[in-house]
Design a protein around this ligand. Structure first.
Ligand code: TPP
Length: 530
């Protein structure tokens, strides 16, 4: 009879979960003992970094990833980045080792009777199997639930003395061959109604969200915008790039406020939202939800987001499938001309530091290879990032979806692990870089092709922007003097240097490519608030 441990490794193999992102403790050692040679263990030195590495890996691949953390303490350390993973709907199977079953209730060290409550509310499901024989089935449920739309993290607590127990062989044979799928297309009547509303609209506009950043949707959505001759906005606070940023129909990213969205959408009578909640605001600027006379229809696979919205109609369905169905239902373009493209002037390419962030991004746009994957966690400069960078392929830009810092640096490690054949550039604030700094060690050990570009403005720049917005006059804790990020990176074994010359910066950026190990560039920039 196979053991629970043997059975689990067999199932993980069939689900393609052969990379384990972890940080071990005693509760996890019986699972890791005799780790199979076809599995890979990616060690992170802090659980926040472990979670974000798995998140970047899963988002870049579009498939679930497996995380193994140490009891309640390790799980707790991962919570900030778990909030990001929940918001970006990343399919993660998160596990933590629990004490031996008979010790859990006794208050033993590393036993947590309320283990499943630790990750709430940032998981779709949290479970501790009631017997060792239920471990394989619970992991199967976790895998399928994490993957089913809307995808997201799930959690399973695993007592360490379960691994050596006998498994139920019959149950395992079934679990290994199960397929669980969601069919996301809309019915014919719904598509006909949607097509009719689009046909009748005088001035429709599209707002595209992260669900469109999938291989099956990216090109379909652009084709639909072209077919409709409709301008396109990216939905507020984008964690991914769902639409090419140099497409002539692209207007930019909607501002993250109620009034700001209505102002930008003025003049349109129908707003079709594809793949975003309506909407993910940040700054509080009240106003009308929509411009006068406009209607809104949102297509998203998230029923909770559909129900939560304060206005507009919603359709719960797969964005790529619906875009394809609409293209079939609307074979001809309307009579109106395509909107004129919006000009985007380049900022001056300064020769010496401190640079403007816009100038750094403009150099990146000119210099980086086309197939680069970008991670952005430079919070005060996101609008310049979107203005300057030319992003035109799916799964190639990642930002912390819940706004939690500490995602960017380790997520870059996961993104690079997903495909070391593509260069990765992580743009990080000098503040943001500190929250996930342990990820530098894994990048060095795994010899990953990542260029970390740390923008040094010596301050929490985004918070300086909020100071004026919120009417705050005198708050402490906003300055960051005395940080030497290049020396910190050197301590983790990573080549690192400060770059103060514009041509040198261009030369360094041009070196981003596969086959080389990670590097860190510390780039002094001016503090700007918008
Ligand atoms: N802690 C976490 C985990 N997440 C957060 N978002 C914050 C605190 C609050 N916060 C938002 S932006 C910001 C902080 C502290 C400043 C980040 O500074 P830096 O990375 O240097 O970038 P800058 O804003 O200067 O561009």
């Amino acid at each position: 009879m196979p053991t629970v441990r043997e059975t689990t490794y067999h199932l993980l193999r069939t689900w393609g979960l052969t990379t384990v992102f972890g940080n071990p403790g005693s509760n996890e050692l019986p699972f890791l003992d005799g780790f199979p040679p076809d599995f890979r263990y990616v060690l992170g030195l802090h659980e926040g970094a472990v979670l974000a590495m798995a998140d970047g890996y899963a988002q870049a691949r579009g498939r679930p990833a497996l995380v193994n953390l140490h009891s309640a303490a390790g799980l707790g350390n991962a919570m900030g980045n778990l909030a990001n993973a929940r918001a970006s709907r990343t399919p993660l199977v998160i596990t933590a080792g629990q004490q031996a079953r008979s010790m859990i209730g006794l208050g033993a060290v590393l036993g947590e009777p309320a283990m499943t409550r630790v990750p709430e509310p940032h998981v779709k499901w949290a479970f501790e199997p009631s017997s060792p024989q239920d471990v394989p089935r619970a992991l199967s449920q976790a895998f399928h639930l994490a993957t089913l739309p809307p995808a997201g993290p799930v959690f399973v607590s695993l007592p360490w003395d379960d691994w050596a127990q006998e498994a139920d062989a019959d149950q395992v044979a079934h679990l290994a061959s199960r397929r669980v799928r969601a069919a996301g297309a809309a019915s014919a009547e719904v598509v006909a109604e949607l097509a009719d509303r689009l046909r009748q609209a005088k001035a429709p506009v599209l707002v595209i969200g992260p669900e469109a950043d999938e291989e099956n949707a990216f090109a379909q959505v652009a084709a639909l915008a072209e077919r409709l001759r409709a301008p396109v906005w990216t939905a507020p606070t984008p964690p991914r790039c769902p639409f090419p940023t140099r497409h002539p129909l692209w207007r930019g990213v909607l501002p993250p406020s109620i009034a700001g969205v209505a102002e930008r959408l003025a003049g349109h009578d129908l707003v079709l939202v594809l793949g975003a909640p309506v909407f993910r605001y940040h700054a509080y600027r009240p106003g009308p939800w929509l411009p006068e006379g406009a209607e809104l229809i949102a297509v998203s696979l998230d029923p909770e987001a559909a129900a939560r919205s304060a206005f507009g109609d919603a359709l719960v369905a797969d964005v790529g499938a619906v875009a394809g169905q609409l293209l079939d239902a609307l074979p001809d373009s309307p009579a109106r001309p395509a909107p004129a493209p919006v000009g985007r002037p380049d900022p001056p390419l300064e020769d010496t530091a401190p640079f403007t962030a816009g100038a750094v991004f403009a150099r990146m746009a000119r210099t980086l290879p086309r197939d680069v994957r970008l991670i952005n966690e430079s919070t005060s400069n996101t609008s310049q990032f979107w203005e300057q960078l030319d992003l035109d392929r799916p799964r190639s830009m990642f930002f912390p979806a819940a706004g939690g810092l500490g995602f960017g640096l380790p997520a870059a490690v996961g993104v690079a692990l997903a495909d070391p054949g593509r260069p990765v550039v992580a743009v990080l604030g000098d503040g943001a870089a500190q929250y996930g700094v342990a990820g530098l060690w894994t990048a060095v050990q795994e010899h990953l092709p990542i260029t970390f570009v740390v923008l040094g403005n010596g301050t929490y720049g985004a918070l300086r922007g909020f100071v004026s917005q919120l009417g705050v006059t005198d708050a402490p804790g906003l300055d960051l003097p005395g940080l030497d990020v290049a020396r910190i990176a050197a301590g983790y074994g990573m080549p690192a240097r400060r770059v103060s010359d514009g041509n040198e910066l261009a030369a360094e950026l041009a070196m981003a490519g596969p086959g080389r190990g990670p590097r860190l560039l510390e780039v002094p920039i001016r503090a700007e608030t918008r």
